[in-house]
Design a protein around this ligand. Structure first.
Ligand SMILES: [Fe+2]
Ligand SMILES: [Fe+2]
Length: 281
């Protein structure tokens, strides 16, 4: 009986694999499903190089029945040692193309329905970015918030490597993503609950425990504060903070599923690289 329970299909999630680190690459190499019918949600920050990203997602896709990916900020960086020198939206489109070649589901594909235990639920991979509205307390504008970050010496590398082309700014790209995504979500099957997957937290609260509060500016947008209610989320999966934990907001389970950097996961009690079970709950 226990064997049957062990092999029942599960909807699993992980993020922030950062396989530029040798130790993290080895973890991905060792990652296996419990059942051949398991799905894996990968909530961004697989790595920076196109070849690393496609290796990791392709390897996982060979093992899991489905792999659903959303981009993190790191996939969108334009770095000198990458074979792809595209920036901004064209880089994102290239990532989507590569995912399609290896049968990995992206935010640009029809939302898949998890029909296994705990289902049916619509799995909605989202690409929303951030718009500098998670500002430090007292900062009224983006400029004031950024000034505080520069003073504190806590400036996200995105400022140098994440380009918004062809948009004039990251917040303009974010605005376009929000509008397009709201439209997609509004058109989904309203009878089914959703699992929303986004690299950044959809609500501000999880960022309140960041060691450097100025960093929250690069962590999301106030515009999604009620999306878990509006779009009937059964659960929300995210990463980016590298603070794996479960929190509840308006009765909805939010799962931060980061692996994170070796110096981070070495400090934790639990073994690294175990995906979080989203369904069955
Ligand atoms: Fe990360
Ligand atoms: Fe990130």
């Amino acid at each position: 009986m226990s064997a049957a329970r062990d092999t029942a299909p599960r909807l699993l999630a992980i993020s922030d694999l950062h396989i530029g680190y040798r130790e993290n690459r080895a973890i991905v190499d060792g990652l296996r499903p419990g059942s051949a019918a398991d799905w894996l949600l990968v909530a961004g920050d697989v790595g920076e190089r196109m070849s690393d990203i496609t290796w990791a997602l392709g390897t996982l896709r060979q093992r899991f029945a489905a792999v659903v990916w959303v981009p993190g900020n790191h996939e969108l960086w334009s770095v000198r040692h990458d074979q792809s020198q595209l920036r901004g939206e064209p880089r994102y489109e290239q990532l989507v193309e590569r995912c399609r070649e290896i049968d990995v589901i992206t935010p640009e594909d029809p939302y898949p329905v998890w029909d296994g235990p705990g289902g049916p639920v619509t799995v909605a991979p989202l690409f929303l970015l951030y718009d500098y509205t998670f500002r430090p307390d007292g900062a009224m504008t983006k400029e004031a918030g950024l000034a505080r970050a520069y003073e504190a010496g806590v400036v996200c590398t995105d400022e140098r490597l994440l380009h918004p082309d062809p948009y004039p700014s990251i917040e303009a790209w974010c605005e376009a993503r929000l509008e397009a995504t709201e439209h997609r979500l509004a058109g989904r099957d309203a009878d089914l609950p959703t699992v929303l997957v986004n690299h950044f937290p959809l609500v501000r609260q999880p960022t309140r425990i960041l060691r450097y509060p100025e960093f929250a500016q690069w962590c999301g947008t106030e515009r999604t504060a009620d999306w878990h209610i509006r779009f009937a989320a059964f659960a929300v999966v995210y990463g980016h903070l590298h603070i794996p934990r479960t929190t509840w907001h308006d009765g909805v389970r939010f799962e931060e599923v980061s692996l994170g950097y070796p110096r981070e996961w070495r400090r934790r009690q639990s073994p690294p690289g175990i995906p979080r079970q989203i369904l069955p709950a």
